[in-house]
Ligand binder design. Structure first.
Ligand SMILES: [Zn+2]
Ligand SMILES: [Zn+2]
Length: 189
């Protein structure tokens, strides 16, 4: 059934990256389009773009695939708020746009109609007008201070290297966080 839908090329790319077509990916796809249009930037691989994602669900993958704001490059910042809210900005100018999924974006319309099912959500997300899905506002980009590079030290238990600031010192040894957890060590013990 999914194969019979006519999908735009950039959505196909996001789909290939994510692995399945789901309402979450489509929220991200539409949000990425809305944000890049509002900001006046093309869907380019410009590393000056930064995304602040307030969730770590399927939707973020659409941004990674379409706008190249990726976890690995460090221009994807995750804030664990559990909200379908995305702030896309330019590092240089500080210009940014905040795109928030409207609370009623996926409502069936009347209480009697109940909830949209998965396929109905997908159809709605493919067809709805941008303003019916999102609240879109211009904001200033506020970025956390750049993370500095820390030394890597070997864990005294498993031998694997870990960033020094992510290790726990105990009895003159350093332990990675999983090993410290296994040993019942905590910071300052
Ligand atoms: Zn998904
Ligand atoms: Zn370890």
């Amino acid at each position: 059934m999914e194969a019979t839908r006519e999908l735009p090329d950039d959505l196909k790319r996001a789909l290939e990256f994510h692995g399945h077509l789901c309402p979450g990916l489509l929220i991200g796809y539409r949000a990425a389009m809305a944000a890049s249009h509002a900001l006046g930037v093309g869907a380019s691989a410009d590393e000056e773009l930064v995304l602040i994602a307030e969730n770590d669900s399927c939707s973020v993958d659409a941004f990674q695939a379409m706008l190249s704001t990726t976890f690995g490059k460090g221009n994807l910042i995750f804030r664990d708020y559990g909200k379908q809210v995305f702030t896309l900005g330019e590092r240089g100018s500080g210009r940014a746009v905040r795109v928030a999924l409207r609370q009623d974006a996926l409502d069936a319309g009347t209480p009697a109609a109940g909830m949209l099912d998965r396929d109905e959500k997908i159809d709605r997300l493919l067809r709805a007008e941008e303003q019916d899905l999102f609240n879109i506002n211009s904001v200033r980009l506020e970025l956390p201070a750049k993370a500095s590079i820390h030394a890597t030290v070997p864990c005294s238990r498993c031998g694997e290297g870990a960033m020094e600031t992510r290790t726990i010192r105990s009895g003159g040894s350093s332990f990675c966080l999983p090993c410290a957890g296994d040993l019942g060590l905590s910071a300052g013990s």
